[in-house]
Design a protein around this ligand. Structure first.
Ligand SMILES: CC(C)(COP(=O)(O)OP(=O)(O)OC[C@H]1O[C@@H](n2cnc3c(N)ncnc32)[C@H](O)[C@@H]1OP(=O)(O)O)[C@@H](O)C(=O)NCCC(=O)NCCS
Length: 174
């Protein structure tokens, strides 16, 4: 188990920059959504790991909305910060901005990703609490607590839905 002293969001804040290359594109020439999700996951995981000082696994992605197309040649700037800590889990907010060379940063995506700190056997471990230093951080923490309640309800539904709605087998092609 790592050091469980409270840590501020600033201590683990993470920035990551990517250049969208042809291998990241779909057939439309825009960045493939799965690649963007992987960048969100990586930025969030680095932030979570910095906060916890131990291995963290991704437990859940909240809704992700793609507001603007991101094209080959664009720069993608991701910034990640811890917003909420539970006992063994934490929420990281990842903001993604699109930048065209010479242009401004345009907000593209806000994603909330939940990570769980684990030991070498994958068992959940306590995380250091988030130190709250301002009213803004307190309201972000409270919003995170509310999202967590909703998320855990959806997680319970998602677990149950596996047996309730089995996927039909694919039809063989003629
Ligand atoms: C995430 C995981 C470790 C949780 O294990 P678990 O046995 O369900 O653990 P617990 O029920 O004790 O829950 C541990 C914490 O995870 C949280 N959690 C579990 N499932 C969750 C979900 N679907 N969404 C959000 N939080 C979740 C719990 O709320 C709890 O948080 P808390 O301690 O802050 O209250 C386990 O489900 C797992 O290993 N999943 C696969 C992870 C993975 O492969 N990710 C992709 C690659 S990194």
């Amino acid at each position: 188990m790592g050091d469980l002293a409270a840590r501020s969001a600033a201590e683990s804040a993470t920035s990551m920059t990517e250049l969208v290359m042809p291998q990241h594109a779909n057939v439309l020439g825009t960045c493939f959504g799965g690649v963007i999700l992987s960048w969100i996951d990586i930025a969030g995981a680095i932030c979570a790991r910095r906060h916890c000082g131990t291995t963290c696994v991704t437990a859940a992605f909240d809704d992700v909305h793609f507001h603007v197309p991101i094209r080959v040649g664009d720069i993608v700037n991701a910034s990640a910060a811890v917003t909420f800590t539970g006992r063994t889990s934490l929420e990281v907010e990842v903001q993604l901005a699109r930048e065209r060379f010479g242009g401004p940063q345009e907000h593209a995506i806000t994603a909330f990703v939940t990570f769980v700190a684990v030991d070498g056997d994958g068992r959940p471990q306590p995380v250091p609490p988030l130190q709250i230093d301002s009213d803004g951080e307190r309201s972000r923490f409270e919003a995170g607590a509310a999202r967590r309640r909703d998320r855990l309800q959806r997680a319970a539904w998602s677990r149950g839905s596996v047996s309730a709605a089995p996927t039909p087998p694919a039809k063989p092609r003629p």
